[in-house]
Design a binder for this molecule. Structure first.
Ligand SMILES: Cc1cc2nc3c(=O)[nH]c(=O)nc-3n(C[C@H](O)[C@H](O)[C@H](O)COP(=O)(O)OP(=O)(O)OC[C@H]3O[C@@H](n4cnc5c(N)ncnc54)[C@H](O)[C@@H]3O)c2cc1C
Length: 318
C-alpha cells in the first residue's frame, strides 16, 4: 500500500510492545473473501495488558482497526492505513463454569459451542454455525436460528481508544439487529456468555442439525463474506435480490451466489472493488425494482487502490 518510507515512519512512531508489529502486512488471506490490500502495520498483541499499553501510548492520530477472521469483512484494495489489530491465540482461551462460558475474543464461535457442549450447557449451539470469532460476533450481534449474542451475553470486556478497560453489561452493549452500540474504535478482549443445563447428546444433535442445514443453504466452500446486506424490516434481503433478477449477477471476478443470493462470492480473481461494485449494483437494482434501500451488513474497511487512492467513507471502520 504505502511507500516503504511511509510505513517506516509509522512504525517508528509506535510504542514498544511485547507483541509483534508487521509492516505492510498482507490481509487478504486473513479474510474469507481473500481480497484487499495490506495493513500499513499489523499488530498482534501479547495479551490484553500489552494491547492496553499500546492504545494508551500510541499517537492519537494513528487510526486503529480491529479484525477477527474476516468472515463479515471486505478489505479494500488499497489496504488499511494505520494499525490493524489482530488478536491471536493468546486471546482464544475458553472455560466453562456452571452454565457460563468465558472466552477470549479471538476464540471461534464453533469452539465456544463445543466447550459448551462438553460442559452440558445448552443455548449456545447457534454459535457453531457462525464462522467467525466471538469478538466479531459481539460487534455484529451475530445470531442464527432465533438466538443472537444479545440473548446470551453476560458481560464483555472492551478496551477504549485510550486503553481504558470497560466491563459492559448487555444493556451497555446496546445490541440491535447486527449491531452493537459500543464505539467503533473499542476492542473487545473477552466475553462471558450463558446457557442452561442441557443434555450433551441433545446439544450435539442440535449442532449437527445446524451444520447440515447450513451446508444445504449456504455456499460454505466459497470465498464469501456471509450475508452482504441486513434484512430490511419485515423483508428478506435474499428475496428482494432474487426478485430484482440479481441471482448469478457478475462483475469482474465477483458473483452473486446462485445458492444464497444475499452472499457475494469471489470466484477466484475478484478484487475488493469488483465485490463492492457488485454489491452497489445489487443495491441499485433492488431499489429500482422494489423501492427498498438495502444496507450493507458486511463491514468495509480501508481505502480504494490506485494512484488516486482515496479514503472511502469508513462505514464499518472500527
Ligand atoms: C458462510 C458464512 C455464514 C455466516 N452466517 C452467519 C449467521 O448465521 N449469522 C450471523 O450473524 N453472521 C453470519 N456470518 C457473518 C460472520 O461470521 C459474523 O458476523 C462473525 O461474528 C464475524 O466474526 P469475524 O471474526 O469474522 O469478524 P470480522 O469479519 O473480521 O469483523 C467483523 C466486524 O467485527 C469487528 N471486530 C472483530 N473482532 C473484534 C473485536 N475483538 N473487538 C471489536 N470489534 C471486532 C471488526 O472490526 C468488524 O467491524 C456468516 C459468515 C459467513 C462467511
Amino acid at each position: 500500500m504505502a511507500a516503504k518510507s511511509r510505513t517506516t515512519r509509522l512504525i517508528g512512531r509506535l510504542p514498544a510492545v511485547r507483541g509483534r508489529y508487521t509492516e505492510d502486512a498482507p490481509l487478504a488471506k486473513l479474510t474469507r473473501f481473500r481480497v484487499g490490500g495490506p495493513a500499513e502495520v499489523r499488530f498482534r498483541p501479547a495479551d490484553a495488558e500489552d494491547l492496553a499499553a499500546f492504545l494508551t501510548a500510541k499517537p492519537a492520530d494513528v487510526p486503529v482497526t480491529v479484525i477477527g477472521v474476516g468472515s463479515n469483512l471486505l478489505v479494500r484494495d488499497g489496504g488499511v492505513p494505520g494499525v490493524v489489530v489482530r488478536l491471536g491465540r493468546e486471546f482464544a482461551a475458553i472455560d466453562a463454569d456452571g452454565t457460563e462460558v468465558g472466552a477470549g475474543t479471538a476464540a471461534m464461535g464453533l469452539n465456544v459451542a463445543r466447550v459448551a457442549r462438553e460442559a452440558g450447557i445448552t443455548g449456545l449451539e447457534f454459535l457453531c454455525g457462525i464462522p467467525g470469532t466471538i469478538g466479531g460476533a459481539l460487534r455484529m450481534n451475530a445470531g442464527a436460528y432465533g438466538v443472537e449474542m444479545k440473548d446470551v451475553t453476560v458481560v464483555a470486556r472492551a478496551l477504549d481508544a485510550a486503553g481504558g478497560v470497560h466491563d459492559l453489561s448487555p444493556g451497555e452493549l446496546g445490541f440491535t439487529y447486527r449491531r452493537c452500540a459500543v464505539p467503533g474504535d473499542w476492542i473487545f478482549v473477552s466475553v462471558t456468555v450463558h446457557g442452561r443445563p442441557g443434555d450433551k447428546a441433545g446439544i450435539a444433535r442440535r449442532m449437527d442439525e445446524i451444520q447440515a442445514a447450513r451446508q444445504d443453504s449456504q455456499p460454505l466452500r466459497e470465498s464469501t463474506g456471509g450475508s452482504t446486506f441486513t434484512n430490511p424490516p419485515g423483508k428478506k434481503a435474499w428475496e428482494l435480490i432474487a426478485g430484482a433478477g440479481c441471482r448469478g449477477l457478475r462483475r469482474g471476478g465477483a458473483m452473486v451466489s446462485e445458492k444464497h443470493c444475499n452472499f457475494l462470492i469471489n470466484t477466484g480473481s475478484a478484487t475488493a472493488a469488483d465485490l463492492e461494485g457488485l454489491g452497489e449494483e445489487v443495491r441499485r437494482r433492488v431499489l429500482e425494482a422494489t423501492g427498498v434501500r438495502l444496507e450493507w451488513e458486511i463491514r468495509r474497511v480501508g481505502v480504494t487502490a490506485g494512484p488516486a487512492a482515496r479514503e472511502v467513507a469508513g462505514e464499518g471502520a472500527s
